[in-house]
Design a protein around this ligand. Structure first.
Ligand SMILES: NC(=O)c1ccc[n+]([C@@H]2O[C@H](COP(=O)([O-])OP(=O)(O)OC[C@H]3O[C@@H](n4cnc5c(N)ncnc54)[C@H](O)[C@@H]3O)[C@@H](O)[C@H]2O)c1
Length: 203
């Protein structure tokens, strides 16, 4: 028996990287997975985001572990689409216990020349998108069983890093969000924590 047998987790940004690793680790412990990812590029992000094929690979790897998946190409900036993806996933998999709000972007941009669109895309994805995923999950976890929310922040929430003002602001915002949600959701037995990775590269 895995630690999470019979549980269901949503992972945002699940198509590749740390999101895929989180999905596979949760699945190895017995959880079924609601996997969402934008699977498209964002104009202000200067590197390609995941593809539909990446998300398909995550689905195949979770299924190889014997777990079920509800996957969708969903942008965490779109509250209506995220709520619908979570509702559809819960309808398929039966419940929701765990949130890993992992989807994120990271581009270097000097504060004095950064475009307002670049700032907005960062905050919308890395901060508002985290709230949107938590918000979409809340009605499904607040049913008395309890659960856990893990919000992926960064070491950049704690230390100043060159040309990452928008990223640092978003990731520090995630810490404030975590603290507020932890208080608000404690009566529902839902734990809320942040994780602060340093540099992580894909193998
Ligand atoms: N890689 C690092 O060194 C590092 C360090 C600290 C924190 N982090 C954080 O860890 C998380 C995962 O990063 P990673 O290293 O795996 O990066 P990654 O680029 O490999 O993965 C991020 C995933 O999020 C998806 N995504 C981006 N914007 C989205 C949106 N609007 N809606 C839905 N999905 C979206 C991408 O398509 C991609 O699949 C991010 O929140 C990132 O900020 C990464």
């Amino acid at each position: 028996m895995g630690l999470l047998e019979g549980k269901v987790a949503i992972v945002s940004g699940a198509a590749r990287g740390q999101g895929r690793a989180h999905a596979l680790r949760l699945a190895r412990e017995g959880a079924d997975i609601i996997a969402i990812d934008i699977c498209a590029d964002i104009d202000t992000v200067d590197y390609p985001l995941a593809t539909p094929e990446d998300l398909d690979d995550t689905v195949a790897q979770v299924e190889l572990l014997g777990r079920r998946v509800a996957a969708s190409e969903t942008d965490v900036r779109d509250a209506t689409a995220v709520a619908a993806a979570i509702d559809t996933g819960v309808a398929k998999l039966g419940r929701l216990d765990i949130v890993v709000a992992n989807a994120g972007i990271a581009m270097y941009d000097a504060a004095d020349t950064m475009s307002a669109q670049s700032w907005r895309d960062m905050i919308d994805t890395n901060l508002t998108g985290v709230w949107i995923v938590c918000r979409g999950a809340m009605p499904h976890i607040e049913d008395g069983r309890g659960g856990a929310m893990v919000l992926i922040s960064s070491v950049a929430a704690h230390v100043g890093m060159l040309h990452l003002s928008h990223y640092s602001a978003a990731k520090a915002g995630v810490v404030g969000l975590m603290r507020a949600l932890a208080v608000e959701l404690a009566p529902h037995a839902i734990r809320v924590n942040t994780i602060h990775p340093t540099s992580v590269t894909q193998r």
